[in-house]
Design a protein around this ligand. Sequence first.
Ligand code: 13P
Ligand code: SF4
Length: 330
Amino acid sequence: MIDEKWMGQGFIDEPIPERIDVKAEIRRMCKEKNALIMAHYYTEGVIQELADFVGDSLALAQKAATTDADIIVMCGVHFMGETNKILCPEKTILVPDLNASCSLAESCPADEFEKFVKAHPGHTVISYVNTTAATKAVTDVVVTSSNARQVVDSLPKDTPIIFGPDRNLGGYINRLTGRKMLLWDGACHVHEKFSVEKILQLKREHPTAKILAHPECKESVTSLADKVGSTAALLKYSIMDEAQEFIVATENGILVEMQKSAPQKTFIPAPPDGSTCACNECNYMKLITLSKLYNCLKYGWPAIEVEPTVAKKAVKSIHRMLDISERLGL
Ligand code: 13P
Ligand code: SF4
């Protein structure tokens, strides 16, 4: 029975019994319930360490589409849980805190996006995966930062395209491809904050360091970068490249996996504007804590539901992305 207080707040904060080994208990419950824990690279290190699978948005969607687990615990943000539910309607999808939103998803309400689409007939509608299920339902093809360029390239050169909601990712692809996609005016509050001056100062202090940037960053930041890419692409580059120091302009959770994969290398988080803090964190991703993960597995709540008529439309745009990615070996 789920307490009304928990329902109101969107997560369970029941104290964990004393003397319990939380991590061992989480693993035990996973086995008993045939549950798979998936985590995005931006979650806390302790969550990434416990997860069965850690990945970027594309890898998480691909994994959800193929797992035979009965329950997926999506340690990430709400739209990731929705994507899993749309792909696997028969499974229980848990997100440990329903308040784990995303500023990009919030910047693109489905009804306003639909009006924008209707005002520009004849356009193919591409939406970043960082959107609600309802926005995906008015979309032709979903993309992630791992495959956005390739999905756009797969369309004939003269196809008019609407791209939402990230103006930075859309602008980056426009510059790469020479297209003139119409952009929705949304942005990520974490990636927009990186300070060009502070990155340049770090580069002066570490002249051999390579700069890594996520395409959600502003053009003034991506134009400084040696590598622009999704979290998975930046991770791969940091492992493969001969440089020993990297200035990392994306959410600082990725440093956990970077440091684990290349312990001899130095990873320096790019600082945000107007702050003395050396890091840049997604407050939504960091809502996923060990105790919320424990409680959600114990009680099987909060579970994600997607209205079936919305899911029926949204699934087409997600499958189109997965099909193109599979065809291109992404
Ligand atoms: P990735 O596609 O790199 O996982 O990005 C997801 C995200 O939320 C970036 O802010
Ligand atoms: Fe959304 Fe930005 Fe957080 Fe990614 S980092 S989940 S885009 S708010």
